[in-house]
Design a protein. Structure first.
Length: 312
């Protein structure tokens, strides 16, 4: 794990079982699916591959099981160019699994069995800490034990490494208060913003109102993803809005992960916040134009083409 890495990702690695349907089933109803697939997922793995697709050095730390699903996950990550020496194997817990249903509009419903991702608490923080060596930014999500997420955020904070926190999925008890203080950047979507603040952001004004609540808890930068309505960003010194890109969305799975990967990549390359958020929004938009989770991540050339085609 000592290989220099511009971005460190600590998070989940899953195998996704995906089905496409005309509409979501009602309780007690059986539907035929149009298609199904089995592929790499997990917010940690998704974000790591999305960073790698953009040409940035990235290392992923976390856990899989010791099973066939782990072999599939590790092979896919290695093929994408992700440094996986920090990805540990749990001999007891199985590799995480997600069960994803996608309807004709590209909307999704996701159920997650965390497996090895959720089997390790803050006492295991030292095992993952070497991934922070030479990191310019740490990306975290909430598909691991919240105590471990907090411990890794604290470790990065103590080293002066900026922490980007994707608060998904928001725990039923909310985020630990101390985690807000360790997060340099927090990136909730509409549903997560409502869960964290009690406000449902529907436009720039309501998003900024929610952002003020989150700022008061600690994060310097708040970025609220409004899906097809665009993105609102806020720092103590400035605020801004990035309108949505015009694309034909077929699958919103991992769009947020690709957004975060684009944001981290742009910021570590020296972009200012408006430029970084627009780059991230282009990454997220492109991810919706193709099926899959990690497989949907765009390349840097694809992002550049969209940015040129739809100048801000």
């Amino acid at each position: 794990m000592s290989t220099p890495s511009a971005i460190a990702v600590i998070g989940s690695t899953n195998i996704d079982f995906v089905v496409h349907v005309a509409r979501f089933a009602r309780p007690g109803e059986t539907l035929h699916v149009h298609s199904s697939s089995t592929e790499l997922g997990g917010k940690g793995a998704n974000q790591a591959i999305a960073v790698a697709r953009l040409g940035q050095n990235v290392a992923l730390a976390g856990w899989t099981g010791q099973d066939m699903l782990a072999e599939m996950a590790r092979a896919t990550l290695a093929e994408a160019g992700v440094n996986t020496r920090g990805l540990m194997a749990d001999a007891t817990a199985g590799t995480g699994r997600a069960f994803i249903t996608i309807n004709h509009a590209g909307q999704n419903q996701i159920l997650v069995d965390g497996g090895a991702n959720m089997a390790h608490g803050d006492q295991c923080a030292a095992i993952l800490a070497p991934v922070l060596d030479n990191a310019a930014m740490l990306m975290l999500q909430m598909e691991m034990d919240p105590h471990l997420v907090l411990a890794m955020a604290r470790a990065a904070h103590e080293r002066g490494i900026p922490v980007m926190l994707d608060p998904a999925p928001v725990p039923d008890t909310g985020l630990p208060a101390a985690l807000y203080a360790m997060a340099s950047i927090i990136t909730p979507n509409e549903i997560e913003t409502q869960a964290l603040t009690g406000l449902t952001p529907t436009d720039e004004a309501t998003a900024l109102a929610a952002a003020r609540i989150l700022h008061a808890r600690g994060p310097h930068t708040v970025i609220i993803k409004l899906g097809h309505r665009g993105v609102v960003w806020s720092t103590p010194a400035a605020q801004g809005f990035v309108p949505p890109f015009r694309v034909k969305a077929i699958d919103t799975v991992a769009a947020g992960d690709c957004f975060n990967a684009g944001l981290a990549t742009a910021l570590t390359r020296g972009a200012d916040m408006p430029e970084a958020v627009r780059f991230a929004a282009a990454c997220g938009a492109l991810a919706t134009t193709r099926a899959g989770a990690a497989e949907a991540a765009p390349t840097a050339d694809e992002v550049a083409t969209l940015l040129d085609a739809q100048p801000g």
